[in-house]
Design a protein around this ligand. Structure first.
Ligand code: COA
Length: 377
């Protein structure tokens, strides 16, 4: 008997995070996600994931120094991005950019734990620079060099627009990065671990993960959520739109989860951020539409006896859009944040590596003989 989609199969032990699917709880290395979102920065969370503990002041300063120093991306890699047609999806461009980084990383093929720790920092530092450059280049603008005096998330917003984000926007982006940093054996993390378990290199692992995250059933859902909100257009259209989509047996993006059978704990944190943003900017439309969708889904799914709750992508869409980020860049933000988790998993995999090689059950025909080509068909 095969296990479709490997549902329920435990493929590794991890110390990085625990998901309580029935309770809707998420823990990174012993810390509740709500606690980290409120009291730690993304850089502190990176330290926690990579080194096992939240940093002291000195440790944080040392990590920050390296994350800041590693933000620059070589002009050769930027030139590769420049040559991509502007119609290239930003996640496809990020996949290319991350792959190209390896050619300019002198330690790309060095799989020692020390080199991998340095590469984890480099990749995490450079991913936002790549993403901002991708967005600017496709719009005919020159990339903006990273600033050294801003946090990783604030600097990302700065490199996108050229203006320094205010405190609220910077904090919101930072929290969004923390919420997306790590999430157990999700599809992209699994892809990264499968790749490095062959003793391929860290960049290859991250490139596999980016390609996997891109799909709409995984990270690509946040972009589709925004497309849905735009298609709905006004709060009063939400109810008939959702009911008609469910009638057509379509999936509502931003709902449901393989592991959570309760509310994804990241969703209410993002919803609160969306509320803060809406209150500041006066634009409550996307939030209102989201709330209406949530209410109809609650009702419809209870009727069908299978409650399905919003996931992390549902409210991140309106948060990012209100921050002025185009919807086809949303999944790249997810990738920037998740690079911390991917690289932590890669290092964990390599500490006690075993090739990941499941089996498939053959259900095709047997006993066939090759016929000369003129007698086939
Ligand atoms: N909208 C409507 N119905 C949904 C749904 C959604 N978003 N997600 C799941 N369902 C329904 C399925 O149709 C299925 O119904 P059935 O039993 O009548 O066929 C049932 O719920 C179970 O779904 P299943 O596909 O077995 O769950 P899964 O574990 O394979 O899928 C997801 C998990 C995330 C792929 C799925 O919920 C989905 O496609 N969500 C939308 C995409 C998304 O937001 N992804 C981001 C995840 S963080």
């Amino acid at each position: 008997m095969s296990s479709r989609g490997l549902e329920g199969v435990v493929v590794a032990e991890t110390e990085l995070s625990k998901i309580y699917g029935e309770e809707g709880r998420l823990v990174y290395r012993g810390y509740e996600i709500e606690d980290l979102a409120e009291h730690a920065t993304f850089e502190e969370v990176c330290h926690l994931l990579w080194y096992g503990e939240l940093p002291t002041r000195e440790q944080l300063a040392a990590l920050n120094e390296r994350l800041v120093a590693d933000r620059d991306v070589n002009s050769e890699v930027i030139d590769i991005l420049r040559r991509l047609p502007p119609s290239t999806h930003p996640m496809a461009a990020l996949r290319t950019g991350a792959s190209a980084l390896a050619s300019f990383d002198p330690e790309a093929e060095d799989m020692s734990p020390e080199a991998n720790q340095r590469k984890a920092i480099r990749l995490t530092a450079k991913m936002p620079t790549l993403t901002a450059a991708i967005d600017r280049l496709r719009n005919g603008k020159e990339p903006i060099a990273p600033r050294k005096d801003l946090g990783l998330a604030a600097n990302f917003l700065y490199m996108l627009s050229g203006s320094e984000p205010d405190e609220l926007n910077a904090r919101i982006m930072d929290v969004a990065f923390t919420l997306h940093a790590e999430h157990g054996m999700n599809a992209s993390t699994f892809a990264a671990r499968v790749t490095v378990a062959t003793l391929s290199d860290m960049h290859s692992g991250v490139v596999s993960a980016i390609g996997t995250l891109k799909g709409p059933l995984h990270g690509g859902a946040n972009e589709r959520v925004m497309e849905m909100l735009k298609a709905i257009g006004e709060p009063e259209n939400a109810e008939p739109w959702v009911r008609a989509a469910l009638e057509r047996k379509e999936r509502i993006m931003g709902f449901g989860h393989r592991v959570y059978k309760a509310l994804d704990p990241r969703a209410p944190i993002l919803k609160k951020l969306a509320e803060e943003l809406a209150a500041k900017g006066g634009n409550t439309k996307w939030l209102e539409i989201s709330e209406r969708i949530q209410a109809v889904m609650r009702e419809e799914m209870e009727k069908r006896g299978k409650p399905i709750y919003p996931n992390v992508d549902f409210f991140s869409a309106s948060v990012y859009y209100t921050l002025g980020i185009p919807s086809d860049l949303f999944t790249n933000i997810f990738a920037c944040a998740r690079t911390a988790g991917w690289t932590a998993h890669i290092m964990e995999q390599l500490k006690d590596n075993r090739l990941i090689r499941p089996k498939a059950e053959y259900v095709g025909p047997l006993g066939k003989k090759v016929q000369p080509i003129e007698r086939r068909g």
